[in-house]
Design a protein around this ligand. Structure first.
Ligand code: GTQ
Length: 350
């Protein structure tokens, strides 16, 4: 055996690597510690996008390209640590979408799951499998995997929402399938709000009945702000606050009580004025939207100021504390749903 680390060993090893490489073989021992980390060390970085800045660029794009020409007129929130990957954290995508008055974004469906979180505007819609979700500020709307969807804005004002998709997850599995509907707009086959009535109030049509018309695993697709804000605020008024989260409620899929979609979890929080959450890390990659209030996120000791509609991303295992100067309401989505299915999810509360 050659002396470990000797010049001779290095030269002979390099020669071996060079001979193997064309045949698709490389040495594990050169990369093992970068592959099997003792704890997460994300290539993604903590980042804040201020809403005013994003909006300015998005409106400029609105002057240059129509929603129909673009198919989806969206500015990708690309993590500065993941340049070229169209990813906000390694597993997820985020984008800011604009639909101007009178515009439509044509109907398609795909294996990627999508959520929309409304940032601005009132009364545009996403049609999901022939039913319109009329979108109001801070509503959460889903387009689960392979459900037809198109967007339109019959109002007089621009409509802007944040898209959250599992594009990088689907890319990891090489499982992207997509198709366009022949018509630009899906025929409206069900009145708006029908699904909320049937599946959105802890009720559902009896199984096997004609009224049970939505896909069994993903029936619900609209979580109105008016409802979730009310629930969060009323709960907070009476509940003991969690020291690490503040008051928090998770959106669930009524079919199974699990995450809103198989790859994406979503929740909301209320952190009362003057409260500061205790340090917490989690292995999910997250995106937060400031819905109401003001405060700061202290991430690994670095302070990010939070104002209404700002978006921040917190990749895996960064230590975060939130402090509210005014009652702070946050919306968040993350890849926790995927991680739990793979037995990967972990959190640590100090
Ligand atoms: O609205 O269907 O931001 O397919 C990226 C891909 C939005 C959408 C995005 C999409 C959509």
């Amino acid at each position: 055996m050659l002396a470990a680390g000797s010049n001779e060993q290095q030269v002979l090893l390099q020669d071996l690597y060079d001979r193997m490489a064309p045949e698709g073989l490389t040495p594990l021992w050169e990369v093992l510690h970068a592959l099997v980390l003792n704890e997460p060390s994300s290539p993604a970085v903590v980042h804040k996008w201020s809403y005013a800045r994003m909006r300015e660029y998005l409106m400029l794009a609105g002057d240059l390209i129509s929603a129909e020409q673009a198919e989806r007129r969206v500015l990708i929130l690309e993590n500065p640590g993941l340049v070229g990957q169209s990813a906000v954290v390694p597993s997820l995508y985020a984008g800011l979408q604009l639909i101007l008055p009178g515009e439509i974004a044509p109907c398609h469906r795909h294996t990627q799951c999508a959520l929309r979180f409304v940032m601005e505007g009132d009364g545009a819609y996403t049609t999901v499998d022939g039913e319109k979700a009329i979108m109001r500020p801070f509503d959460l709307v889903l387009t689960p995997n392979m459900q037809w969807h198109d967007h339109g804005n019959p109002t007089q004002k621009p409509m802007i929402w944040l898209d959250g998709l599992d594009i990088p997850t689907v890319r990891l599995f090489d499982a992207s399938f997509a198709e366009r509907l022949a018509e630009k707009v899906h025929p409206e086959t069900v009145p708006a709000g029908d699904t909320l009535n049937r599946y959105g109030a802890n009720l559902r049509p009896l199984k096997g009945s004609k009224a049970d018309r939505r896909p069994a695993s993903q029936p619900l697709f609209h979580y109105p702000f008016q409802q979730w804000r009310h629930n969060l605020v009323e709960m907070a008024a009476n509940a003991d606050i969690d020291p690490h989260l503040g008051h928090a409620l998770e959106f669930i899929n009524p079919a199974d009580g699990g995450s809103v979609m198989p790859t994406i979890s979503a929740h909301v929080r209320l952190i009362p004025a003057g409260f500061e959450t205790a340090p917490r890390r989690s292995s999910d990659g997250s995106v937060f939207v400031v819905v109401e209030g003001e405060g700061t996120a202290l991430v690994n000791g670095e302070e990010l100021r939070l104002s209404e509609r700002d978006v921040i991303t917190i990749p895996s295992w960064n230590e975060v504390r939130f402090a509210a100067s005014q009652d702070l309401i946050l919306f968040a989505f993350s890849d926790k749903a995927s991680q739990e299915k793979l037995n990967l999810y972990k959190e640590h509360c100090a």
